[in-house]
Design a protein around this ligand. Structure first.
Ligand code: SF4
Length: 390
């Protein structure tokens, strides 16, 4: 049995791979070995979710691009007064949402630059105003870095801030600003951001306050495969303590206009690296973190995103109306894909598209030619393993 087969078998038997083993799988380039890994990851996905692929209809809202930090991968930020800098008022934000309700959005995702001139109260008032105007919308808002920024400005504990945000209407938080959770990499890539321990402390505090978050990894810049492996293990460690991550989202670095790429001549990661991340995440997280999002279409295009549905991913992500941050970094795949197109692409793969909300509750199912073994598809669907046990 090859070394790769042994690692796959170890994972299938329920053992946690070590950092070195994860790095070895992430670094695979041999076509045969990669295909073997993708097949094993796809089998794991099918054991949990059969032919189901979920998506969410969501809207992005970025109230300001003014930011006091200077992350090496970010071309979205502007300094106060720069050409192209903007700040939206509460009314602008409400109008932005109202004008796009006809898309059938169930979620608004809010992330901003860290702007010291935006009053702290704006963060809370925005949630309250959105909830008042659109009570059925789920608000997925404020990265751990924004929570840290509010903590610095108010002197309040993370717990207090998150509880106040929750009372104002916060539904869940993006687990962004994670980048690579290895301090040496963070210092070189985004040295003004919170370090690893603090990022983990904030998300764990959110989970314990009843606010779930996504988990993310932004990779393919200056880190090594060992750093990626350490990052994935760190996420698994948090998940085992809190169970608060809804999903894992991998975010390939977009080099085109990223300052650090221009300075150092970096390229975006290759397709095989992205597929390997999906497959390894599935083999490592299995049913402990059961939702793996496909390669972000906004960064790499729908073809690659759809391809990754055969490598262990079970979710195609969101329609992402008005995505700005990735496009600012130079990705050229548009800021919106209609739900009908996501469904059509899923069905073409002989998979079954299912609309979910932010917390993976099922909203609508689109039966495809591929028959589901899950039976009733109109209610919330538990992982297949659980259904069988029940
Ligand atoms: S990634 Fe966020 S925190 Fe970093 S510079 Fe860009 S807007 Fe600011």
């Amino acid at each position: 049995m090859s070394e790769v087969s042994q690692l796959i078998e170890k994972s299938v038997e329920g053992e946690t791979l070590t950092r070195g083993e994860i790095a070895q799988l992430l670094a695979l380039r041999d076509g045969g070995a990669c295909r073997e890994m993708y097949r094993a990851a796809d089998e794991w996905k099918r054991r949990l979710w059969a032919d189901r692929v979920t998506y969410v209809v969501n809207l992005n809202l970025n109230p300001t691009n003014v930011c006091v930090q200077h992350c090496g991968f970010c071309n979205f930020r502007r300094s106060d007064g720069d050409a192209g800098s903007y700040r939206m008022t509460l009314d602008d934000c409400l109008q932005h949402i109202a004008a796009r309700l006809h898309y059938g959005i169930t979620e608004v995702t809010i992330q901003s630059g860290l702007d010291s001139k935006t009053p702290v109260e704006f963060y809370f008032a925005l949630l309250r105003e959105i909830k008042n105007a659109f009570p059925r919308l789920h608000i997925h808002a404020y990265s751990p870095e924004e929570i840290a920024f509010l903590g610095d400005r108010t002197g309040e504990s993370y717990r207090k801030i998150i509880e106040r945000l929750k009372a104002s209407g916060l539904g869940s938080m993006p687990g962004t600003a994670a980048e690579i959770l290895v301090d040496d990499v963070r210092r070189r890539l985004c040295g003004e951001k919170v370090m690893t321990a603090e990022w983990c402390e904030i998300v764990e505090t959110a989970h314990r306050a009843g606010v779930r978050t996504t988990s993310t990894m932004m990779y393919g810049h200056i880190e090594t495969v060992e750093d990626r492996a350490a990052h994935l293990l760190r996420l698994l460690d948090v998940q085992r303590r809190t169970g608060g991550f809804t999903e894992f989202i991998q975010l390939p670095f977009v080099a085109a206009r990223a300052p650090i790429a221009i300075k150092r001549g970096l390229q975006s990661p290759e397709t095989v690296e992205a597929m390997n991340v999906i497959a390894v995440a599935r083999l490592l997280f299995r049913d402990e973190l059961p939702h793996i999002q496909a390669i972000a279409w906004v960064k790499r295009g729908l073809d690659e995103a759809v391809q990754s549905l055969h490598c262990g991913a079970d979710d195609l992500g969101g329609t992402l109306i008005e995505e700005r941050i990735t496009r600012a970094a130079g990705a050229d795949f548009g800021g919106y894909v209609p739900a009908s197109e996501l469904c059509a692409r899923i069905t073409e793969e002989n998979l079954r598209p299912v609309q979910r909300n932010t917390l993976y509750e099922i909203l609508e199912s689109h039966p495809s030619q591929a028959q589901s073994v899950l039976g009733n598809t109109t209610n919330n669907e538990a992982p297949l393993q659980q259904s069988v046990v029940e």
